[in-house]
Design a protein around this ligand. Structure first.
Ligand code: AMP
Length: 544
């Protein structure tokens, strides 16, 4: 028997509509690229998202059309999330730190028709524009006074576009599986892979983020600041979760140095913020150096890479609850809740910290299984390791237009293989033990080992190369390159570094190059990264 309940589709536009109506006076505060702090309310944001939606339609952006953003965290980027997604178009958020060739690949692969770009990234797009034949125009996210002279073809001013349009709209009721967002993530081989979020997945994910927020030890979701970029998995859902709860939202714009973050957190009374470990390590060092303390911050979300236990303990000792979570671009990303379960809160801090060192406990909505190398599902005993498989309403079912990558990571019976090696205990806490995928994660961003190796072996004197992750105190991991020279070659470190210089993004550059006579191989002939990691994975690549 079918239930007699209304079949109302979940649409992202309804989040902003709700916030504008019932929390209309709550603020969104942004540090702008132009300099000053900008503040307005959800009511005003909703009006401007409506103006943007009208402007997009006037430009011919229809349902399903991809529109890219290359921008920092800020109010105009927030408007893009809703203005683009709300009309059934797709907001494709792009990581500007990628190599320009990769950015061009992404825009062409996604077939983006318009690119919204912050002032900072106009020169980047100017250089790329000749390689982007299908882009119809570039919308520079600024006002008329600060509009730069640019060689971008069909450059439009964001504020001029909006000014012509009405600030009200009847948002279309979209079938809830209609796509609204697209974010690419680095692959182990080849080019980045696109994850295409739907209205339904974003709304359900945002609700889950709110539940995780509501179960925190410290009451803390009043003022939310995603430090994690809006181009990185939708800033972990904060731009949807905050309006859903009626929380004030704070955006740090282009400045990520500890002093600027501190100032923004303190001046806006931020109660919870989210970012990768390198951000929090920097802020901790700043607090220690200056003797300052954080007055308003009650909790902090940390994920994307393993949070160092000493850092978790240091913040907890300062009275800030550390929410250590695990997730992926493919999982929207939140899969675990890092707050201590209610039943453990009466234990002392040392006991609670044991839980917080893990990567959170699994949230309802994300189903998991852990599979060992023989293909057996292992028990939730907190010890036995295997690859983590997940499925759920905010987990991708395929990569966008990429059958090959999809075949490699999605099983026929509906699971997504994460490539993370974990153990899960009987309370759902997960421990990340290793990574089956051949990637390096530095400062929360991916470096493809295989791309690095391919760049290195293009050198005529390199016979074979392997890139591995070396633990690093600040960046979590940094690349180390191992090279086998061709016979007779006297190639040295500096020559390899100089050769790579214009072929990879600056921050991909290996911290060191070590020359070896041969590389270890597995039975199937692949380089055994596990052996290399065991041999070289000491800080700074010094063999144990
Ligand atoms: P991304 O898609 O860029 O968000 O990267 C997701 C990957 O980051 C995961 O598959 C893990 O390898 C890694 N990761 C995310 N959170 C954590 C964490 N808390 N501890 C260790 N690794 C993490």
């Amino acid at each position: 028997m079918r239930g007699l309940m209304m079949d109302v589709p979940l649409n992202v536009s309804s989040i902003l509509k709700h916030a504008a109506r019932f929390d209309g006076g709550v603020e969104i505060v942004s540090r702008t690229v132009e300099g000053p702090i900008h503040r307005y309310t959800y009511r005003e944001a909703a009006g401007r998202a409506a103006q943007l939606a009208h402007a997009l339609r006037a430009l011919g952006v229809e349902e399903g059309v991809r529109v890219a953003t290359v921008a920092w965290n800020g109010y105009r980027h927030f408007e893009c999330y809703y203005g683009i997604g709300g009309i059934g178009a797709v907001a494709h958020t792009i990581n500007p730190r990628l190599h320009p060739n990769q950015i061009a690949y992404l825009i062409n692969h996604a077939d983006d028709r318009y690119v919204f770009v912050d002032l900072t990234f106009v020169p980047l797009l100017e250089a790329l524009a000749p390689h982007l034949p299908r882009v119809r125009g570039y919308v520079i996210m600024t006002g008329e006074v600060t509009m730069p002279a640019t060689s971008l073809p069909n450059a439009l001013c964001y504020e001029t576009l909006l000014a012509k349009e009405p600030a009200t709209i009847a948002w279309p009721v979209l079938e809830e599986n209609t796509a609204c967002g697209l974010c690419y993530t680095s692959g182990t081989t080849g080019d980045p892979k696109g994850v295409l979020y739907s209205n339904r997945s974003q709304v359900l994910h945002a609700m889950s983020v709110c539940i995780a927020g509501a179960t925190r030890r410290n009451e803390s979701t009043g003022v939310m600041m995603p430090i994690v970029p809006m181009f990185h998995v939708n800033a972990w859902g904060y731009p949807f979760a905050a309006p859903l709860m009626g929380s004030k939202l704070v955006f740090g714009g282009p400045l990520h140095d500890p002093a600027s973050l501190y100032e923004m957190i303190e001046s806006e009374g931020v109660t919870t913020a989210a970012g990768v470990p390198v951000i929090w390590l920097g802020l901790l060092a700043y607090l220690e150096q200056t003797g300052k303390s954080l007055g308003s911050l009650r909790s902090m979300g940390v994920g994307g890479s393993a949070a160092p236990p000493s850092m978790i303990a240091a913040y907890e000792r300062r009275g800030i609850e550390v929410i250590h979570g695990w997730g992926m671009t493919e999982t929207s990303p939140v899969c675990t809740n890092g707050s201590v379960k209610a039943k453990h809160r009466s234990s002392d801090l040392t006991e609670q910290l044991k839980h917080q060192m893990k990567a959170g406990h699994l949230v309802f909505g994300v189903e998991t299984k852990v599979v060992d190398e023989e293909g057996h599902v292992v028990p939730d005993d907190g010890r036995t390791q295997g690859e983590l498989y997940v499925r759920g309403p905010w987990v991708a079912s395929a990569y966008y237009n990429n059958a090959e990558a999809t075949a490699g990571q999605f099983t026929d019976d509906g699971w997504f293989r994460t490539g993370d090696v974990v153990s899960i205990d009987d309370e759902g806490y997960i421990t990340i033990c290793d990574r089956a995928k051949d990637l390096i994660k530095s400062g929360g961003e991916w470096i493809s080992s295989i791309d690095l190796e391919n760049a290195a072996v293009a050198h005529p004197e390199v016979a074979e190369a392997a890139a591995i992750a070396i633990p690093h105190e600040k960046w979590a991991e940094r690349p180390l390159l191992l090279v086998v020279r061709r016979p007779g070659s006297s190639l040295d470190r500096d020559a390899v570094i100089a050769f790579l210089d214009d072929k990879i993004a600056k921050w991909w550059m290996p911290d060191d190059v070590i020359f070896v006579d041969e590389l270890p191989h597995t039975a199937t002939g692949k380089v055994s990264k596990r052996t290399l990691r065991a041999q070289y994975a000491q800080p700074n690549g010094v063999a144990p």
